[in-house]
Design a protein around this ligand. Structure first.
Ligand code: FE2
Length: 171
């Protein structure tokens, strides 16, 4: 690949829809990690990224749920063709349909940095579960791994505060 790759974003998104893959990593450099991702209909967790993120909606609209500094849930609506900057450390949950896709720019993680994925109880909003990953290679799809661990464990999906069990989607 050239040192200065040029990628057609619409083609990349359409290829994801055609193949059913969720993520296509365009390149990974210390200061520039860029991928195109399809929506995940089951997305419910909040990602805490040690890197800033810029998300650009190529096709479709995103509802970016996030947590304010006082812990409340809020939603930023990002229309098709628009971008949002999410600074490092803000818990955020990008929600958009599987036939929509976006481009995300981050940077590769530095030594010792950890990505966190948090779920909250759908009934009482108490913290439900946390997954932690060292993201060395984004092609390993850390989001899918976090969900597999969460969905595979009823204990992880059971609220310690109120007993509600978050359902696992049928696959
Ligand atoms: Fe609960």
């Amino acid at each position: 690949m050239s040192d200065m790759p040029i990628v057609n974003l619409l083609d990349t998104g359409q290829e994801l829809t055609r193949t059913g893959a969720r993520v296509s990593v365009l390149w990974q450099q210390p200061e520039s990690l860029v991928f195109v991702a399809r929506g995940r209909e089951y997305r419910s967790e909040f990602h805490i990224n040690p890197s800033d993120e810029v998300m650009y909606m190529i096709k479709g609209e995103m509802r970016l749920h996030y947590r304010t500094p006082d812990g409340k849930e809020a939603v930023a609506v990002v229309p098709e063709g628009s971008a949002i900057h999410t600074p490092a450390g803000i818990p955020h949950s990008p929600r958009f349909p599987p036939d929509a896709y976006l481009m995300v720019t981050e940077r590769k993680r530095r030594p010792g940095e950890i990505d966190r994925f948090l779920w909250f109880c759908p009934n009482c909003d108490a913290p439900l579960h946390e997954e932690k990953f060292v993201v060395a290679d984004y092609r390993a799809d850390p989001v899918s791994k976090a969900y597999k661990n969460f969905f595979d464990s009823e204990e992880f999906r059971t609220c310690k505060a109120c007993g509600t069990v978050m359902p696992s989607p049928d696959k």
